[in-house]
Design a binder for this molecule. Structure first.
Ligand SMILES: [Zn+2]
Ligand SMILES: [Zn+2]
Length: 88
């Protein structure tokens, strides 16, 4: 399987509706992708007289992709920042 490594930065704040700190902005940064290797169940599609073979990841929804194409997202770091209300 392919592994995508992401860093997550979430910003929390408090607001009148929800006095407890809660995340209101989450950013994901893609750090690295470790490819899972060649597709194990390539899909052959016909285009007119020609046929081409494409990896299943480009054709099937994630659930039906083969083990090599499926992407697992790993959260490497999660940084939480608290935004202090200004002038509240
Ligand atoms: Zn809020
Ligand atoms: Zn595949």
């Amino acid at each position: 399987m392919s592994i995508a490594i992401v860093d997550i930065e979430q910003v929390t704040h408090t607001c009148p509706a929800f006095p407890g700190p809660h995340p209101f902005d989450i950013r994901r940064t893609l750090v690295d992708v470790i490819p899972g290797g060649p597709c194990r169940t390539p899909v052959t599609i016909r285009c007119g007289e020609q046929t081409t073979t494409i990896p299943c990841r480009r054709h099937e929804p994630a659930k039906r992709q083969c083990g090599a194409c499926r992407v697992i997202v790993t959260e490497r770091t999660i940084t939480t920042r608290h935004l202090t209300e200004v002038g509240g």
